[in-house]
Design a binder for this molecule. Structure first.
Ligand code: 5RP
Length: 225
């Protein structure tokens, strides 16, 4: 099975997992990316009746147009019951790197407002030590060089994501070779640099459930509470 087939399979499986919990009061959170797009395809097909969806990007919002589901702002809802999104990397502690699609800031806001975060991935994205995937950081344009210098002092190699502007109007630096021994600490350290909007480490608030596609099967991992 190639990676794209795994993305589709895991999204279909996640949809079947989530379906029994949906009712007319449910607020669903929807992330961004190709795996999530397969989940959106299921939503568009099934025509479920829920209170609404809150999306982490304009792209996902557009993709949901044929679902018939009301797209809502986070400010309009009490919170999100279930948030479904992909990731670029995950480890056995349910910590993640996200932001390959550039929607990390809104994703972190939505995750933080969610009762349950279901992360949908394929097995190629597992890495016990996070950081093989370059860590995306959303930055204010005026601070980009200053932040890059700070990151170099920390041992990372910052690469400016050319021709890309986030939905929030900011830029992205992708950081290679950063030693992320303690993701929780690195997440806080990076967010402490002036001009950093948000970074793609999801360690303070991890996934609650990881549904993972392998060549042979779908594996559901639940975090101990
Ligand atoms: C977007 C993200 C995505 O979830 C992540 O990049 C995974 O994308 P894909 O499902 O296309 O592999 O964090 O900001």
């Amino acid at each position: 099975m190639n990676q794209d087939e795994k993305k589709k399979k895991v999204a279909e499986s996640a949809f079947l997992t989530v379906l029994p919990s949906l009712n007319k009061e449910t607020v669903l959170g929807i992330g961004t990316g190709s795996t999530t797009n397969y989940f959106i395809e299921e939503l568009n097909r099934a025509k479920v009746s829920i209170k609404g969806v809150v999306c982490s990007s304009e792209a996902s919002k557009e993709n949901l147009e044929t679902s018939g589901i009301k797209v809502m702002q986070l400010n309009e809802v009490h919170g999100i019951d279930i948030y479904v999104d992909g990731a670029d990397e995950f480890n056995s502690r349910f910590e993640l790197i996200k932001g390959g699609g550039g929607a990390l800031t809104r994703e972190k806001i939505l995750v933080n407002s969610s009762d349950r975060f279901i992360c949908i991935v394929d097995d190629t994205k597992f890495s016990e030590l996070l950081g093989k995937f370059p860590l995306p950081i959303e930055v204010l344009e005026v601070a980009r060089s200053a932040i890059s210098r700070e990151i170099m002092r920390m041992g990372g190699k910052p690469v400016y994501r050319q021709n890309f502007v986030t939905d929030n109007g900011h830029q992205i630096i992708d950081v290679h070779n950063l030693k992320i021994d303690i993701p929780y600490e690195m997440e806080a350290t990076l967010n402490n640099i002036p001009g950093v909007i948000e970074n793609g480490l999801f360690a303070k608030r991890t996934a609650d459930v990881i549904i993972q596609a392998t060549d042979l099967k779908i594996i559901t991992l639940k975090k101990d509470t």
